[in-house]
Design a protein around this ligand. Structure first.
Ligand SMILES: [Zn+2]
Length: 288
């Protein structure tokens, strides 16, 4: 299938770019980032150094209850300032690599991809794909949902397709998604209920298949995949995608899932043209 091939080629290309043994950071930036002040926090753990500080990994949980008030204030200042230090290093490195980098960036955007992903902090779209500024228009929300009453995601899709003329729309979920997990839990989650209802609806649509999976983790993984598949269908249901594809043969919609255990993207190889044909029996919006 043409569309599967396009998706696979794109994915292979992105995986190669993102996980090539050759580092994408320039040596200059690597050195600068290494020498930039690391994120430090304060705790009463045995790993304290002489400044009563220690380096914080992204997965380290800070024990706020044991921190003095002035330590919290200092911690907040450091975590704020660190971002600006890294930003200055990044900007200087980009300019060193290409003196016209920011001139080109200022000229406008022409992204190839629209990325619809989860807000989870561990899946930054550009970093895991090796894409550069200007390559991807990005929308993220809890559990990468595409709801037709969500003015935000609908505006993003319309703008990306009709004005930016993106060639690919990627819905990227991830295994271990907290939003999907929450939707599988029989519990009142307050304001999150209407949002997570969309995932519960995905479960209902695929209840037979999911209930046949006896192992909890495998059922959870499969719901993550089915959620991506259903959100792809929701993208295809939009007028902008149907009309653009009828006229231009793009964008193509792809469903991917990211795995924390190996950092790789999995292409669900959704049958874009088959989905389009199927949904147009009811949702045909190609007549302008
Ligand atoms: Zn998630």
């Amino acid at each position: 299938m043409l569309n599967s091939r396009v998706g696979t080629t794109l994915l292979q290309s992105l995986n190669r770019r993102a996980f090539s043994p050759r580092p994408r950071l320039s040596p200059t930036l690597s050195v600068r980032l290494a020498s930039a002040r690391p994120l430090r926090f304060f705790s009463s753990s045995p790993t304290q150094d002489k400044d009563n500080t220690t380096t914080k990994s992204p997965h380290t949980k800070t024990d706020w209850r044991n921190m003095a008030e002035q330590d919290i204030t200092k911690y907040l200042r450091q975590t704020h300032d660190r971002v600006f230090e890294h930003n200055r290093c990044w900007a200087a490195d980009k300019k060193a690599q290409d003196p016209d980098f920011f001139v080109k960036l200022s000229a406008g955007q022409n992204p190839e991809y629209l990325w619809i992903g989860c807000s989870d902090s561990r899946i930054p779209a550009e970093q895991i794909t090796g894409l550069e500024p200007g390559d991807a228009f990005v929308h993220r929300n809890i559990a990468n949902l595409v709801c037709n009453t969500d003015l935000n995601v609908m505006s993003v899709i319309t703008y990306a397709v009709e004005h930016l003329k993106v060639k690919h729309i990627v819905v990227c979920g991830h295994y271990g998604c907290g939003g999907v997990k929450a939707a599988m839990t029989a519990k009142d989650l307050g304001l999150l209920n209407p949002w997570l209802r969309n995932i519960r609806d995905v479960y209902r649509l695929h209840e037979k298949e999911l209930d046949a999976i006896k192992e909890d983790d495998a059922r959870y993984d499969r719901l993550v995949e089915l959620n991506v598949y259903e959100q792809c269908r929701n993208v295809v249901k939009t007028a902008s995608v149907q009309q653009s594809y009828a006229k231009n043969k793009f964008p193509i919609v792809h469903g991917w899932v990211f795995g924390f255990h190996d950092g790789l993207l999995k292409d669900l190889e959704i049958d874009f043209e088959g989905i389009l044909k199927d949904i147009q029996k009811i949702y045909n919006l190609t007549e302008g």
